[in-house]
Design a protein. Structure first.
Length: 374
């Protein structure tokens, strides 16, 4: 592992005519360069807040735990690949020589991160309920073949995931729980077992939807997954400018009977086409095929200016845009479906929900259930 310094400014305030001394120097942020065969985890453990761990071209066989605030973990593009260690679906644990106080970790965070990697996840960005891990960036690399998730984050504030390719992971490509202020931009999630992108309050307990405080999912490509993007029990989130194709379903906005409801989600300017892969029924969800966008158990959301074409299937959830009463009986209310272009879906618009205040207006489409929504 090689280390080098980013040039930094040591600000010296030479104020003529005053008796003030020099200002303190600005701390240097370091770049820790890692090559294939070297340990990413050792570089991450050695990094200080604000540092960058740079992975060069090649394949790395390990999982990585990140709990250092302000850290950037970056590759050089799709040619930087993280895979599970040979013969194992679990990841490495943090090196025992690391100093938690030195890099901003807590004992609880380090233990949780280690557990995350051991569960079969690739990159783990892990804070605690008492202390979020702030402002981590993961960029320009590929995560593939992990038993659970390519990149998983929990208790993260200000996480940025950019130009990450998540391919053929067992459950989710990229996933977050209990996180706020996220930015997911220019990523590709393909052929993952469940959702390409999965964003949720939590999957381990019953509780109302949580506020993401403005998380943005934009300009991603989601292809060949069970569901392209799942937004589960969340509020205040935007999905914009994404391309979803070849999944069993494009977008799911999912709520339930807990309070507050899921909602205040904006789905706009996306291209959602030919999501006609067939996926069998599960314990929680009916068979899927030919589904563009589904809102179920959600409120006060906006679906607008999307192009939705050629989503065709025989599932109860098939259609271009579908309002569906949740599987626990919770209705969707006050959602606005407006100014979308729909063609060749089976049908274009569907409303099987009995909730109040849902509106369909200004959509360009040819077929609906019930009739008259176009």
């Amino acid at each position: 592992m090689k280390k080098c310094h980013i040039a930094y400014l040591a600000c010296t305030a030479a104020l003529i005519g005053t008796g003030l001394g020099a200002a303190p120097p600005v701390a240097a942020h370091r770049i820790h360069v890692v090559h294939p065969g070297e340990s990413i985890q050792k570089a991450v453990d050695a990094a200080q807040p604000g540092d960058t761990v740079l992975l060069t071209y090649g394949t790395y066989h390990e999982s990585v735990d990140v709990s250092t605030p302000g850290l950037t973990l970056r590759g050089v593009g799709r040619g930087t690949v993280l895979e599970p260690a040979a013969g194992a679906s679990t990841g490495t644990t943090p090196s025992t020589g690391s100093d938690p106080a030195k890099n901003g970790k807590t004992g609880k965070a380090g233990k949780a991160a280690s557990s995350c990697a051991a569960a079969g996840n690739g990159i783990c960005v892990v804070g605690t309920k008492d202390h979020n891990v702030d402002d981590v960036t993961v960029a320009s690399l590929t995560v593939t073949g992990f038993a659970k998730t390519g990149l998983y984050a929990t208790e993260a504030d200000g996480l940025t995931v950019r130009r990450v390719t998540a391919v053929k992971n067992g459950v989710w490509g990229i996933a977050t729980e209990h996180s706020v202020h996220g930015l997911f931009r220019d990523n590709t999630a393909r052929d993952n077992g469940d959702a390409g992108l999965f964003l949720a309050n939590t999957v381990k307990e019953e509780q109302g939807a949580t506020d993401t405080e403005g998380t943005v999912v934009e300009h991603n490509r989601l292809e060949g997954n069970r569901i392209g993007v799942t937004v589960r029990r969340l509020r205040n989130l935007t999905l914009a400018g994404n391309h979803l194709t070849g999944n069993c379903a494009g977008v799911f906005v999912v709520g339930d009977e807990n309070k507050p409801k899921a909602g205040f989600v904006t789905v706009r300017d996306n291209r959602i086409e030919r999501n006609n892969k067939s996926c069998p029924k599960t314990a929680r969800l009916d068979a899927l095929q030919g589904t563009g966008i589904v809102l179920t158990g959600a409120e006060d959301s906006l679906v607008t200016r999307n192009v939705i074409k050629d989503n065709v299937g025989k599932s109860p959830l098939s259609g271009g845009i579908v309002l569906f009463k949740s599987f626990v009986g919770t209705t969707s209310e006050r959602n606005r479906i407006s100014d979308n272009l729909l063609r060749g879906n089976s049908p274009d618009l569907v409303n099987t929900d009995t909730g109040k205040g849902n509106t369909f207006e200004g959509n360009s489409c040819h077929s609906s259930k019930p009739a008259g929504l176009c």
